[in-house]
Design a protein around this ligand. Structure first.
Ligand code: GUN
Length: 295
């Protein structure tokens, strides 16, 4: 089968242009620029890269951005104080705390401390609950970006068998909820697989749409995928590679070379889901700035 790439890099450029146009029009009408803040605790290399992309993209579309760097040894209490300050800051539309956090900080407490009206990551229980009930909410950026990638490539989802591998709060769990919703992109019959799933291959081989968010490089092989499937690879792991100048290469969860020929659509890594995630965060921030979800 000849497959089509779900090109997130290209699509994100298109949507970036759309957002920029909207921001220009808002500003011309006297509306303040949307303002996003990102809190980065510690020096995790991948997190540094992701937050760097987020700030750069804010600049590119005309948003204000603030990067708040805190030391690795910042206490939970200090971080919670910072969050309270950001909750109160009037000129700030939305903010995120980059995950993972150092082990001594309880990420659940942090997520719940963020004012849900500024929670542009969509991780607060109010936003997750509203999402599950198909009410307006901020959608978690990665699953939101995947929905957009499917929609703009005219991938039919209604009535399809969809298998999501990985049940994280950031990707797998919200993805399974969103694909099952009665919505424009949705109406799938969804199976959510995880570390206790007994026969993973049995499930993945049945999938019309397969979304993998495991963080295990090249884990999904051709024998686990149905002919004609739509395959979404959320994995992006740094794998040691001395032939590269930076000492590593980026690997997805899918063994691309052998899986792609069986697919109708597949995302590349990099350049698939990643750029769409950043765009979705910007879309949420735009909604926050316009008070589209919460007044
Ligand atoms: N770490 C990996 N993905 C994300 C994300 O979407 N938001 C935050 N805050 N941290 C992440």
């Amino acid at each position: 089968m000849s497959y089509k790439l779900l090109n997130g890099k290209e699509l994100s450029q298109t949507i970036k242009g759309e957002i920029k146009q909207e921001v220009d029009a808002m500003v011309a009408n006297g509306h303040p620029r949307p303002h996003l803040a990102a809190v980065l605790v510690g020096n995790d290399g991948a997190s540094e890269t992701y937050v760097g992309h987020k700030v750069k993209m804010c600049d590119a579309v005309g948003f204000e951005s603030s990067l708040i760097r805190l030391n690795e040894d910042t206490s939970e209490e200090e971080l919670l104080e910072k969050i309270e300050q950001l909750n109160q800051q009037e000129d700030l539309d939305g903010f995120i705390v980059q995950l993972p956090l150092p082990k001594h900080i309880d990420a659940r407490k942090v997520t719940q401390a963020i004012d849900y009206r500024k929670d542009v990551d969509g991780f607060h229980p109010v936003n997750v609950g509203r999402m599950a009930q198909n009410l307006p909410s901020y959608l978690p950026a990665t699953p939101y970006g995947i929905l957009e990638l499917l929609e703009r490539n005219n991938v039919e989802t209604s009535g399809k068998e969809c298998v999501v591998v990985g049940r994280s709060n950031i990707v797998g769990s919200p993805m399974s909820i969103l694909l099952a919703r009665n919505a424009k992109v949705g109406n799938c019959t969804v199976t959510l697989c995880h570390s206790r799933t007994k026969d993973l291959k049995y499930h993945t081989s049945r999938a019309d749409i397969l979304v993998v968010a495991l963080g295990k490089p090249e884990f999904i092989t051709a024998d686990m995928v149905k002919e004609g499937a739509v395959v979404i690879d959320v994995g992006i792991t740094r794998v040691k590679d001395d032939s590269k100048k930076r000492g590593y290469r980026l690997a997805g969860d899918i063994k691309f070379d052998e899986v792609a020929p069986k697919c109708s659509f597949i995302t590349p890594v990099p350049g698939g889901v990643g750029p769409m995630t950043v765009i979705s965060l910007l879309k949420n921030t735009l909604k926050a700035s316009r008070k589209e979800i919460y007044t």
